[in-house]
Design a protein around this ligand. Structure first.
Ligand SMILES: [Zn+2]
Length: 73
C-alpha cells in the first residue's frame, strides 16, 4: 500500500479553482476574478465593499472583525 487514496479523491474539484470567501463562505459568481486575496485568504467583492461601508461599533462591524480575527490567528 504505497498509494495515497486522498490525492485522487478531492471533493468539489473539477479542474477549476473556485475560491471560497473566507468571510461569507460563498463562491463569487465570477470566481477568483470576483474577489481579492489578502494575507492568503480570499475575500469576495461583496464582503470587501461591505467592510468598506462598515461603521465602527455597528453589529456588522463586530461580526466581520470577529471573523477576521479568527481567520488571522
Ligand atoms: Zn464574502
Amino acid at each position: 500500500m504505497t498509494q495515497n487514496p486522498v490525492l485522487k479523491e478531492l471533493p468539489g474539484v473539477k479542474g477549476q479553482l473556485l475560491p471560497v470567501c473566507a468571510l461569507c463562505e460563498e463562491v463569487p459568481p465570477r470566481g477568483i476574478a470576483g474577489g481579492y486575496l489578502i494575507k492568503g485568504m480570499f475575500l469576495c467583492e461583496t464582503c470587501e465593499s461591505a467592510i468598506l461601508d462598515l461603521k465602527v461599533g455597528s453589529h456588522q462591524y463586530e461580526f466581520y472583525m470577529e471573523r477576521i480575527k479568527k481567520l488571522l490567528r
